[in-house]
Design a protein around this ligand. Structure first.
Ligand code: SDX
Length: 393
């Protein structure tokens, strides 16, 4: 490859060296620190997996107990953060609220001691502990209710579902939610992690690192796709409409949400596990009317786009799991963020260990030595109709 070759989306360009996770996109394999995702989903907990990702090895029983204790202790939000949230518009997207809250933590804990392991540990604990509380608090506040305080007798996932729904969750639902967090915790150099690494490389504070990653995760080509999947299934409406819907997408060259991946050319292993988790929930709590549509769509896409390696990704079945737990659609991406904080922090720490500021180059395609034209001689470059529409909005 020539040094000046431009690859849109930096496809296949290594942005770093990392020992955090591994993906084999041809075989559908995902490992965290060398451990298979299926095994972690079966035996681990989200906090244990977070520890593994961030500190590089599974914790001893004592280390895990201490880590869980610290997280419990730091779950509460400062009243100023809660007051700030009260001023957010109810109609605002929860990802925007989360981004603002994550950034606001920097106002309280801004001292940057990036070479001090105790500072790193405290930032990890605060972010993992407080992000779920922020998501749940915004959900209650936008309904006009006071947020529910965390409960120290509940574990990480059960406590989140409790704060969100104001009642203790069913143990199966809480365990399945915890597995969902494990599955979403890390995924090599995806867009939001790259964003976190770029921000980290300036040696700014970890709250800014996570805030920038939350903003990146929100987009519909990335974490935001899980919401759009449900909207798509709603629009399809019935299994009979699946083929017509797919044909119309292909004709318009529209992307089918929850499908395709830069790295996976087979079904994302996380989608396989999530589909199984959805079925476990349906067995206990009843089927979801959209599930049959999803399965039919997966089949139809495989027939039409399988030759291009387009199969379900992590965002395709996750929403069906969350819906069964009573989680509103626009909280699906914040739930993804709760999990991915672990991966972002692992990459933040790895970046700091061998930091050099990210500063890529570009291939310039614009004019050179252009004259400065006096205002009375300029021709407008704006679309006037479009501008009028924007001003009226
Ligand atoms: C996540 O990177 C990560 O690891 C992300 C993630 C993580 O854990 O962090 O796994 C989480 O972000 C999952 C992806 C969620 N996004 C979606 O579900 C949105 C729909 N999918 C796509 O838009 C797309 O597949 C991407 C964004 C996921 C990947 O984009 P790429 O690698 O830039 O691929 P592309 O858009 O250039 O498409 C390549 C070809 C094109 O066809 P040709 O022009 O070559 O003929 O595949 C086609 C595309 O049209 N294609 C699709 C498609 N995805 C790709 N066609 C229809 N529907 C799709 N979903």
């Amino acid at each position: 490859m020539s040094i000046c070759e431009y690859k849109p989306g930096l496809e296949n360009i290594p942005a770093t060296q990392s020992s955090i996770s591994f993906v084999d996109g041809q075989q559908g394999i995902l490992e965290y620190r060398g451990i298979n995702i299926e095994e972690l989903g079966q035996y681990s907990s989200f906090l244990e997996t977070s520890y593994l990702l961030i500190w590089g090895g599974l914790p001893t029983e004592e280390e895990l107990a201490e880590f869980e204790h610290e997280i419990r202790y730091h779950r509460r939000l400062k009243y100023r953060i809660r007051d700030m949230m009260k001023c957010f518009p109810e109609s605002g997207h929860p990802m925007d609220a989360l981004q603002a809250c994550a950034a606001a933590l920097g106002l309280f804990y801004s001292r940057r001691a990036l070479d001090n392991p105790a500072y790193i540990r405290a930032a990890v604990v605060r972010l993992l502990a407080k992000i779920p509380t922020m998501v749940a608090a915004f959900q209650l506040m936008r309904k006009g209710n006071d947020p529910v305080q965390p409960r120290d007798d509940l574990d990480y996932s059960a406590n989140f579902l409790y704060m969100l729904n104001e009642r203790e969750p069913d143990p199966l639902a809480a365990r399945i939610f915890d597995i969902c967090l494990i599955l979403h915790a890390e995924h090599t150099i995806n867009a939001s992690t790259f964003s976190a690494m770029v921000t980290a490389s300036t040696l700014t504070d970890p709250y800014a690192v996570v805030a920038s990653a939350v903003g990146t995760l929100a987009g519909p080509l990335h974490g935001g796709a899980n919401e759009e999947v449900i909207e798509m299934l709603e629009e399809i409406g019935s299994v009979d409409n699946v083929h017509a819907y797919l044909d119309s997408c292909l004709e318009r060259k529209a992307k089918i949400m929850g499908f395709g991946h830069r790295v996976y050319k087979v079904k994302d292993p996380r989608a396989t596990i999530l589909q199984d988790l959805a079925e476990q929930l349906f067995e206990k709590f009843g089927r979801d009317e959209y599930y049959d549509i999803a399965v039919a769509l997966e089949q139809a896409v495989a027939e039409k786009l399988g030759h291009k390696g387009i199969y379900p990704n992590v965002d395709f079945y996750s929403g069906l799991v969350y819906r069964k737990m009573g989680i509103p659609t626009d909280l699906f991406t914040p739930v993804f963020a709760i999990a991915r904080v672990a991966g972002w922090l692992a990459h933040w720490k790895e970046q700091l260990a061998e930091n050099r500021i990210f500063r890529p180059t570009q291939i310039y395609t614009g004019a050179r030595n252009a004259p400065y034209i006096p205002s009375e001689k300029r021709q407008s470059t704006q679309d006037k109709d479009l501008l009028a529409g924007l001003i009226a909005e």
